[in-house]
Design a protein around this ligand. Sequence first.
Ligand SMILES: [Zn+2]
Length: 206
Amino acid sequence: MESDVDIPCPVCKSDGTLKLLSMSSEIPYFGEHTQITLLCEKCGMRQTDFIPAEERGALAFTLSIDKPEHLQARIVRGSSGTVRIPELDLEVAPGNQSTGYISNVEGVLNRFIDIIRMMMRQMRVDVDEGIEDAPEQLKKLFQLEMALTALADGKLFGDLSLEILDPKGHSIIGHDDAVKRELSIEEAENLDSGPNPLIMSSSDDS
Ligand SMILES: [Zn+2]
């Protein structure tokens, strides 16, 4: 289902360029939900979220990545989901323009690797410019990249885990071995809850 949205684009501020796409379906472990995408035809801004049919509160999922099939475990990350690899102290918080996605553990690891490689490119520039602690930082990034690449290649099983924390309960790790728990109020309050209000308010009248 497609509908026009009567508010200016939050990114390019154009009027009349926003569209809202919504689609209901069922995902194993996640259940009945509506996938909502807000997109701007002018600047290409795109925000996706997954709204479960039933409110399920603030949830965290943790999967210790122990065997090849765990790399294929389905991930639904709503726009309010924070993704962590706690052993490496890595975290991607939603931020202002966060968009949700459906992927698997391997896909999420590759997203982390892409971000780290981007940071490495920047850090090499800093090294060239003689910034004092840049070589040390670059070395750390390189070690992270090695660890994540090895894990994605199926070589580091048992050492690392993937965690998704979502104050709105719009994210899951879909696998029997994933441990699900409720977030405490403090934990939920300390998490970035992403850009949701815009999508939520415009979906009310559709
Ligand atoms: Zn726009």
